[in-house]
Design a protein around this ligand. Structure first.
Ligand code: GLN
Length: 551
């Protein structure tokens, strides 16, 4: 089988070695936004074990103190590879520590903003001034940086020169006098360092000489070739689609690469949003030309969920296992039918829409004793199927997947769709799932979402409408009934809960601040139009302590 050529073999790559900082992945992201390809690996990675050579290396920040007994240390080969190195925070401290153990606990911890003063060095090797090039004329606001450290350099390592200071940190930036090695005490990757991207660009593009050719247009062509070579002339691939952006983009990419030898399967588990199965079918088959099979398994799921009142984990398991069962059965049928055609062989591959954050999550450095776990596989399918995984999005961040989606002609509304959980409305009905509750929550959700999509709210600073400002919104149903009055009659009916959050990373989130008028309008519509609802409340809980979904 042909070798699957990874992007780091095709694109100049900046390697980020992760020492466990919560910002490490942002370094990679910022570089990608500059069209420079970058990958992150744990700090314990040995350069000799890589099958490729990075153009430059960045050592991330981290929660440890370099002088602690168990503190992680970088492979010394990094400094013998003849490539530029940039140390950020812990990375700076690690560089200094390797050159004379000159790092100590500072008297003051320093969190938050500081202003750097750049020091120029005419007469020194040109690379010394390169990291902060273009910042000469910046005003004080632009030279603000974000700090988050407690340790500091007690002295500058020999052969290094100070290139930036702050009131509190005499060695806020240092550079080696002869080699392209730099260390900075602050975090250029966070948005609180306004010129941070410029600094990363100076490093990656000007110092490391990385080409800026990482674009989704380029990725598409390379990826299609890569998939074709990997799957072979007759290989077939199967994959589940949900109507969400990731699985749709992955499916479209497969279709572009191998046409109908890719089989998309959508399981209608009866827990989808209103008209969802039909809409997905039309979009995927008619507009995107994807070879899709929809399985109607609504009754099976609802029947199996009957009687589960207060065990969300059990619910998830039932939904997950039933999904696998239905999917496997269909896979066998599809394979049998396809084997009868001359152009296709057996199904050997399973498509998964794994994204780079999942990969990072599974390899990120969690401590000297951390073992590297393989990333979670959706629904445990691969283990049961003995198929090879194909994960065309595994190098991409979500915003890159969206960009790729646009490139592949996927409709804008789909590209910006809010996430929807695998177990669907099953986890938005708190308590037992019944067909009646599914109907109610579906109708209520449809009203809420249409109102959000049609809202005439002013666009925000980034030009986003209400739907785009909200990261995720939905209606849920709590299995309690409340008294109400309808048409002069006392009623005892279900309570609908509306939820809408804003977030950038889904790790933390805030309730969206609707106008009263908007909420009241939605509440009136839901109570009037959805039979069986007496009340409608808004859940404004932030995460933490709440989660975005209900169960
Ligand atoms: N733990 C180190 C310190 O406190 C490094 C912190 C960091 O990398 N953000 O200084």
């Amino acid at each position: 089988m042909a070798e699957q050529k990874e992007p780091h073999k095709l694109f100049d790559t900046i390697l980020v070695l992760d020492f466990g900082s919560q910002y490490s992945h942002l370094i990679t992201r910022r570089l990608r936004e500059l069209n420079v390809y970058s990958e992150m690996l744990p700090c314990t990675q040995k350069l000799a074990d890589l099958s490729w050579k990075p153009k430059g290396v960045i050592l991330s920040g981290g929660p440890y103190s370099v002088y602690e007994k168990d503190a992680p240390h970088v492979d010394p080969a990094v400094f013998e590879a003849g490539v530029p190195v940039l140390g950020i925070c812990y990375g700076l401290q690690e560089m200094a520590w390797q050159r004379g153990e000159n790092v100590v606990a500072g008297e003051k911890r320093e969190y938050g903003r500081a202003t750097i003063k750049v020091e120029r060095h005419t007469g020194q090797a040109p690379h010394v001034d390169q990291l902060f090039a273009g910042l000469e004329d910046a005003n004080e606001d632009d030279l603000q940086v974000w700090m988050s450290h407690g340790d500091k350099l007690s002295q500058i390592p020999s052969d290094f020169i100070t290139i930036a200071t702050t009131n509190n940190a005499p060695f806020a930036g240092i550079a080696h006098a002869e080699k392209p090695y730099y260390g900075i005490q602050f975090h250029p990757e966070v948005t609180h360092t306004p010129k941070g991207t410029q600094i990363l660009k100076n490093f990656a593009v000007d110092v490391c000489k990385s080409t800026t050719n990482w674009t989704m247009g380029k990725f598409v062509t390379q990826e299609i070739d890569r998939i074709r070579a990997f799957v072979g002339e007759k290989g077939q691939v199967i994959g589940a689609v949900s109507g969400g952006v990731d699985s749709t983009v992955a499916a479209k990419l497969m279709t572009e690469a191998i046409g109908d030898r890719f089989h998309a399967v959508m399981v209608d588990n009866g827990l989808l949003r209103k008209n969802e199965a039909e809409t997905v079918k039309v979009t995927l088959t008619k507009h995107l030309g994807i070879n899709l099979t929809v399985i109607d398994a609504q009754d099976l799921f609802i029947n199996r969920l009957a009687g589960i009142h207060d065990d969300p984990e059990k619910k998830r398991k039932i939904i997950g296992n039933t999904f696998i069962e239905v999917f496997l059965e269909k896979a066998k049928e599809i394979e049998k039918a396809a084997l009868n055609t001359p152009q296709a062989g057996p199904i050997e591959f399973l498509l998964q829409g794994t994204l780079y954050p999942d990969v990072i999550e599974s390899i990120s450095f969690k401590g000297p004793s951390a073992t590297i776990k393989t990333h979670h596989n959706v629904g445990g399918l691969p283990a049961k199927m003995d198929l090879k995984l194909i994960e065309p999005l595994r190098e991409l961040f979500k915003d890159e997947v969206r960009e790729l989606g646009k490139n592949l002609g996927i409709p804008e509304e789909l590209v910006w769709r809010h996430p929807f959980p695998g177990p669907g409305l099953g986890v938005r009905i708190v308590g037992e799932v019944t067909a009646e509750k599914v109907r109610i929550v579906r109708e209520a959700d449809h009203i809420f979402m249409s109102e959000i999509k049609n809202a005439k709210a002013p666009l925000d600073a980034q030009g986003r409408d209400m739907y785009r400002q909200i990261s995720q919104a939905y209606a849920a149903l709590y299995s309690v009934k409340a008294v109400g009055v309808a048409g002069d009659k006392r009623v005892h009916q279900w309570v609908i809960v509306l939820r809408a959050v804003t977030t950038t990373d889904f790790m933390t989130a805030d309730g969206y601040e609707f106008e009263w008028k908007f909420l009241k309008h939605v509440q009136t519509r839901i109570c009037n139009e959805v039979v069986g609802v007496s009340r409608c409340v808004y859940d404004s809980t932030s995460k933490p302590p709440g989660t975005i979904e209900q169960e």
